[in-house]
Design a protein around this ligand. Structure first.
Ligand SMILES: [Zn+2]
Length: 348
């Protein structure tokens, strides 16, 4: 009896162990696969897990963090929308020679070869329809694009697209600080030109919808870090981890092209009867990362009205480089940067 009892216990334990193993295997399978990504330069320091001093190019301040994303400049007041990556190779005249690689497969959307036409200098934008949301990657201050590369070309992950440089419009970048300015982000609108025309800027828009004003970068190093550890194996997971700084209720019957371009950012489908507005969550830099459509009966107000329904004061205070919320007679109203994003997305 005792023998069979023991055998029973062993079998029982074995069965539990097998069940648990199957359960964990199932959970592992349910995890999205980690994207195949390339680093945009030949520098292997990040992938090896070395410190930022080994790959981030600081500004003239010499402070390494000044080359990072965010309010990293002018005492936190100036926003830097990407990361600056230093060269690893130079020619006899000390100019950078590093190849620049596409980080993911994608479609070349824009190549600007006239440095004076943008503060990005020579730059290339690639859109990545194979990932969701279909983010863009941007490579700036190039010395040259890869010969023969044209807008509309498809590129493979790790394909050489350019050579690192220090091209810019008005602010000269010295040889010693040559770098790649690298961005990952989302594009706000298909109707950029009417918005641009309404702003009365002095110069012409020479970059179509790929003008930097229409592009919103998130922190590429934060993404790459969470991707490397598996905390955010893809962009959908990365956006799902974003924290709201502001929640806005916006009155409109419009379904903006932004939500059609990035359907992964919808919290639920657009109702067949159309919308009366949106509840939009913005992260600390004003990226509209979560969109909830509201039915016509769920929201009242004048079209174009943006009401702040929730805000995180600690986050807003920490991000002084962005003006998302202002106080108007004791009530929170959208600040300059939030109004710009809403204006671009909804065409107002
Ligand atoms: Zn930069």
């Amino acid at each position: 009896m005792a023998f069979y009892y023991k055998l029973y216990i062993i079998h029982y334990r074995l069965a539990v162990a097998v069940a648990l193993a199957l359960l964990f295997a199932g959970a592992a399978r349910a995890q999205p696969a980690k994207l195949d990504m390339a680093w945009p330069t030949p520098n292997t320091a990040f992938m090896q897990g070395r410190g930022i001093e080994a790959y981030i190019q600081p500004t003239a301040s010499g402070v390494t963090t000044s080359g990072l994303y965010g309010g990293t400049r002018n005492g936190g007041r100036r926003f830097h929308e990407g990361i600056d990556l230093m060269p690893t190779l130079r020619d006899t005249r000390d100019e950078p020679l590093d190849a620049i690689f596409a980080v993911l497969p994608g479609v070349v959307r824009h190549i600007n070869l006239v440095p004076g036409n943008s503060n990005y200098g020579r730059y290339i934008v690639i859109e990545h329809p194979g990932v969701s949301p279909a983010v863009y990657s941007l490579y700036a201050h190039l010395s040259a694009a890869q010969p023969g590369l044209r807008a509309g070309d498809t590129v493979a992950r790790g394909q050489r697209i350019a050579t690192m440089g220090r091209s810019s419009d008005v602010i000269a970048i010295p040889k010693s600080r040559a770098h790649l300015h690298f961005e990952l982000g989302v594009r706000l609108t298909d109707n950029f030109q009417p918005w641009y025309d309404a702003q009365n800027f002095s110069g012409k828009n020479k970059h179509g919808v790929w003008n930097g004003m229409n592009l919103m970068g998130f922190d590429p190093l934060d993404f790459f870090s969470k991707w490397r550890t598996g905390a955010a194996p893809d962009f959908r997971a990365y956006f799902a981890r974003m924290k709201p700084a502001v929640r806005v209720r916006y009155v409109t019957r419009t379904v903006p092209d932004f939500t059609r371009r990035y359907p992964a950012l919808l919290t639920k489908p657009v109702p067949p009867g159309g919308v009366g507005g949106w509840e939009i969550q913005f992260n600390e830099t004003g990226i509209p990362f979560a969109w909830t459509p509201l039915g016509a009966t769920e929201i009242v107000g004048i079209a174009g009205e943006a009401r702040i329904v929730w805000k995180d004061d600690a986050i807003l205070k920490a991000w002084r480089c962005k003006s998302l919320v202002l106080n108007q007679r004791g009530a929170p109203v959208p600040g300059r940067d939030l109004r710009t994003v809403l204006g671009l997305i909804f065409g107002q």
